[in-house]
Design a protein around this ligand. Structure first.
Ligand SMILES: [Zn+2]
Length: 270
C-alpha cells in the first residue's frame, strides 16, 4: 500500500506552505511573493533548502547561510500536517470527503498556530473558510458528486450546499450569542470576533450537527486546558488564553469520531 506514503509526503509539502501562511498572514504579507527567506539573515532560500523536514535535518537544524538555529516548529507543522492527512485518508478513504477535510484541516492548522502566536485568527482562514466550505459543496454539486451521507440521529445533517450555508449561518449566530453572553458575565472579551467567524467556517465544512458537537468538545477541552494551565502556573487568571486552538481540537475530534459520539449519546435516550 503506497497511497498512505504518497498522502504523507503530499501533507509534508502542504505543511511547508502552511508554515508560510502561519508566518506571513498575521503580518499582512503575501504568501506568494517574495520568495521564502531566512528570518534571521534574509538569505533567499534555494529549492534545496525547502524540502520539508529533510532540509532542516540535513542542515543540522541551522540556516545554511548564517548558521542561526531554525525553530523545530516548522518541521513539526510539516510532520503534523502529513500525519493528519494520513489519518484522514485512513478514516475517509479516497473520497471527496477526504479532499474537503484536508482543506478544512489545513485552515485549522493555520488557525491553531496563528492564534497561539498572535491571539488572532486571520480572516483568510475564518471568512475564507466560510467561502471555501460553501464553494466546495457548490463545486461538488456542479460536478455531480454527492458527499457520502453520515447517518446522524435527529434531523438530517445535510452537508450539501444548503446544509453548508445553514451550518455556517447557524454556527456564526450561536457563537455570536455565546460571545455576547460571556462578555456580559465575565466583563471581558472571552471570545473574539475571530472565534465567531471560525465557528462559521467549521459549520460550513461539517454541517450544523457535527459543528455544534465540535463546539461542545471545544468548551470541554478549554475547561480542562484552562485548569491545567492555571494549576501548573503556566498562566494566571489574568492571562488571556486563546480559544481558537480548542475549537481546532474540537473540530478535528468531531471529524474523526463525531458521528460515533452522537450516535452513542442519542442512543442512550431514544
Ligand atoms: Zn540565515
Amino acid at each position: 500500500m503506497v497511497i498512505p506514503y504518497i498522502v504523507f509526503v503530499l501533507g509534508l509539502f502542504i505543511g511547508s506552505f502552511l508554515n508560510v501562511c502561519i508566518y506571513r498572514w498575521p503580518l499582512d504579507k503575501s504568501v506568494v511573493r517574495p520568495r521564502s527567506a531566512c528570518t534571521n539573515c534574509s538569505a533567499v532560500l534555494a529549492p534545496v533548502d525547502l524540502i520539508p523536514v529533510l532540509s532542516y535535518l540535513a542542515g543540522g537544524r541551522k540556516c545554511r547561510y548564517c548558521k542561526s538555529a531554525i525553530s523545530p516548529r516548522y518541521a513539526l507543522v510539516e510532520i503534523l500536517t502529513g500525519l493528519t492527512f494520513v489519518a484522514l485518508y485512513l478514516s475517509k478513504g479516497l473520497t471527496v470527503d477526504l479532499l474537503g477535510y484536508t482543506i478544512l484541516f489545513s485552515l485549522l492548522i493555520i488557525a491553531f498556530f496563528v492564534d497561539l502566536d498572535h491571539q488572532i485568527i486571520p480572516d483568510q482562514v475564518s471568512l475564507g473558510g466560510i467561502v471555501i466550505g460553501v464553494l466546495f459543496d457548490v463545486a461538488l454539486l456542479c460536478a455531480g458528486y454527492a458527499r457520502p451521507t453520515v447517518d446522524l440521529p435527529l434531523l438530517a445533517n445535510g452537508i450539501s450546499v444548503p446544509g453548508s450555508i445553514f451550518g455556517a449561518v447557524l454556527c456564526f449566530a450561536v457563537f455570536y450569542v455565546i460571545a455576547v453572553a460571556a462578555s456580559a458575565v465575565f466583563k471581558a472579551e472571552a471570545l473574539g470576533g475571530g472565534d465567531i467567524k471560525l465557528a462559521g467556517a467549521i459549520g460550513a465544512f461539517l454541517g450544523w450537527k457535527l459543528a455544534l458537537l465540535s463546539f461542545v468538545l471545544a468548551f470541554v477541552a478549554g475547561a480542562a486546558g484552562g485548569i491545567i494551565l492555571l494549576a501548573s502556573k503556566l498562566k494566571t487568571r489574568r492571562d488571556y488564553i486563546p480559544f481558537g486552538p480548542y475549537m481546532v481540537i474540537g473540530a478535528v475530534t468531531a471529524v474523526f469520531i463525531g458521528a460515533s459520539i452522537l450516535t452513542w449519546y442519542f442512543g442512550l435516550y431514544f
